[in-house]
Design a binder for this molecule. Structure first.
Ligand SMILES: *[C@@H]1O[C@H](CO)[C@@H](O)[C@H](O)[C@H]1NC(C)=O
Ligand SMILES: *[C@@H]1O[C@H](CO)[C@@H](O)[C@H](O)[C@H]1NC(C)=O
Ligand SMILES: *[C@@H]1O[C@H](CO)[C@@H](O)[C@H](O)[C@H]1NC(C)=O
Ligand SMILES: *[C@@H]1O[C@H](CO)[C@@H](O)[C@H](O)[C@H]1NC(C)=O
Ligand SMILES: CC(=O)N[C@H]1CO[C@H](CO)[C@@H](O)[C@@H]1O
Length: 222
């Protein structure tokens, strides 16, 4: 009895640790993973694959921050005004104002628990059919994605911004790199980012706990 329980736990441990490893290998950034999911779903729906623009993605992170961690405000009339993109979000990122292009699509989702980018896409961002219509719109050329917990934990916001600006010449960053405005991750910047801050620590804690459990098991079982 104790032995089979032990084997089950070891199996679970093995599966969890190997899937966690896979996740790290993709690009180590949930915002980049989300862009990859969006592009694969777009091409499956005969829409083009979009450029992953770090300037636009950094603006997406500022967009999230404008909600100040209030999940309940998502989908209500409290959404930031269009003028804030140019007046507040772009300067915070160091996006050159002369390179701003129209933001023609935005999708925002929020949930109290951290989920992986696949789940975020299917459960949070595409829950409403209206969001899918936005994501599959054929007029875009670029996308920027961001994910953020409001400092040290949930709720977790996921944001996609779309634009029809010219690739490689819109949302350009002063000095070529976005100002890092943690907590949070944004896509296109080639940086490792452990997603919503606090999540990886929880995962590690879980491993330590499971490890202790396995040792106890071992002592009882054999
Ligand atoms: C999006 O793509 C993923 C993987 O490519 C797939 O599992 C999922 O069903 C797709 N979702 C939609 C809404 O097409
Ligand atoms: C796609 O987006 C453009 C720009 O926002 C909009 O004018 C157009 O109606 C959208 N198309 C669809 C099919 O939703
Ligand atoms: C969303 O679209 C699918 C098929 O396109 C339809 O079956 C479903 O009822 C729609 N859901 C809502 C909430 O409109
Ligand atoms: C943008 O830059 C990338 C890499 O520098 C290049 O591969 C791509 O062709 C460029 N796209 C356009 C539209 O100029
Ligand atoms: C960035 C990184 O570590 N990429 C690796 C992911 O895993 C594949 C094969 O499993 C390697 O070929 C990559 O180098």
């Amino acid at each position: 009895m104790a032995t089979s329980l032990c084997i089950t736990i070891i199996c679970i441990l093995f599966i969890t640790s190997s899937s966690a490893h896979d996740e790290k290998n993709v690009t180590n950034n949930p915002a980049d993973q989300l862009v990859a999911i969006v592009n694969s779903n777009r091409t499956a729906h005969k829409a083009s694959s979009l450029g992953n623009n770090p300037g636009l993605a950094c603006i997406a992170l500022q967009y999230i921050k404008a909600y100040q961690g209030n999940c309940d405000d998502v989908g209500k009339s409290k959404k930031p005004a269009d003028s804030e993109f140019a007046e507040t979000f772009a300067p915070k990122c160091g996006v050159e104002s002369s390179t701003l292009a129209p933001i023609t699509g935005r999708v925002l989702g929020c949930q109290s628990e951290y989920v992986n980018p696949d789940k975020a896409f299917t459960e949070i961002l595409t829950m409403k059919n209206r969001s899918l219509n936005i994501i599959y719109n054929t007029t875009y050329t670029e996308v920027g994605a961001a994910v953020s917990g409001s400092g040290g934990g949930g709720p977790y916001f996921w944001c996609l911004l779309f634009s029809n600006g010219k690739s490689n010449s819109s949302f350009l960053l002063e000095g070529g790199a976005a100002k890092i405005t943690s907590p949070g991750c944004f896509s296109g910047a080639n940086d490792d980012c452990s997603g919503a801050y606090g999540w990886s620590q929880n995962l590690n804690l879980m491993f330590i706990f499971a490890g202790v459990f396995a040792v106890i098991c071992y002592t009882i079982g054999v």
